[in-house]
Design a protein around this ligand. Structure first.
Ligand code: GUN
Length: 283
């Protein structure tokens, strides 16, 4: 079994981007500037955004973090977005999700200029992804494709089963893996909460990508010997022995699945670190 080291690959990727940025700036081009909007104080979102700001620093991007209290009005948030859309110094930005319930996520996403939508969440960018046109690709699916590539994991003609159909991960992931490119070309099955006999599907998979947000959901009996297992889940579960009273586990029951898998991503240290590095990369 090979443990896929997302931390190591994300640092490699950052070093490559840093070299590109250095050349860009040395040639008199503008230093890239990424902004992030964080609403509220959800610890997972805070940590996610902090990691993106850190990644900006590592690659030589300018970064701006815009923070709002959870009770900010939708109108105020839309005004800030209009400001970022109009600011020529801002090349791209993200609005960290989820947003508080009184704010329409769809309205916010649709107000982001597609040209600055480094998350690739705007309907225009999702459409461009489906149509195989150059676009921003959402960070988690992009990071996973990059992990498969850098571990030389063959994908062409393989059966990839994606579990979960969210707009952020499962849905774009299934589109990317089915693309006619040498990084994908899989036969893809997209499974979700209404799938009948999930195990029937996962047992046929050469590559399983679990993005359902349910701790330890994928067990060894669901996995074919030697399969590649990518775990997108980051779930907090109570643990009295841990200093903070909880620990992070994935959607995959790592202890048992790792004995059967050919390749597997750990949690933490697998997909997570990639997602802070990949926003803004385009296909
Ligand atoms: N929340 C969880 N993942 C993401 C992501 O990739 N981008 C944004 N904006 N919010 C998220």
């Amino acid at each position: 079994m090979v443990l896929i080291d997302g931390k190591k690959i994300s640092l490699e990727l950052q070093a490559e981007i840093a070299a590109e940025v250095k050349t860009l700036v040395a040639n008199g081009k503008k230093q890239p500037h990424l902004a992030a909007i964080l609403v509220g104080d959800d610890p997972a979102s805070q940590s996610y955004v902090n990691n993106k700001v850190k990644a900006c620093l590592n690659v030589g991007f300018k970064s701006t973090l815009v923070q709002f209290e959870a009770n900010i009005s939708e109108q105020k948030l839309l005004s800030k977005i209009a400001e970022l859309n109009a600011d020529p110094d801002i090349d791209g930005y993200i609005v960290q999700l989820p947003l508080p319930r009184h704010i329409s996520e769809q309205k916010i996403i649709e107000s982001i200029s597609p040209a600055k939508d480094v998350d690739g969440f705007h309907p225009i960018n999702v459409g461009r992804l489906v149509l195989n046109l150059p676009t921003y690709v959402s960070a988690t699916p992009y990071g996973i494709v990059e992990l498969l590539k850098r571990y030389n994991i063959p994908t062409e003609g393989k059966h990839c089963v994606v579990i979960g159909r969210s707009n952020i991960v499962g849905s774009p992931m299934s589109i990317l893996m089915a693309k006619n490119t040498n990084l994908a070309n899989c036969t893809v099955t997209l499974c979700h909460s209404k799938t009948k006999d999930l195990k029937y599907h996962t047992l046929q998979a050469d590559i399983v990508i679990a993005a359902i947000g349910r701790p330890n959901f994928v067990t060894a009996d669901m996995i074919k010997e030697g399969a590649v297992v990518i775990d997108v889940g980051i779930n907090r579960i109570d643990d009295d022995t841990a200093p903070k009273g909880f620990k992070l586990v994935g959607d995959v029951k790592f202890d048992e699945v790792s004995k059967k898998a050919g390749f597997i991503t750990p949690v933490p240290g697998g997909v997570g670190p990639m997602t802070a590095t990949t926003p803004g990369l385009s296909n």
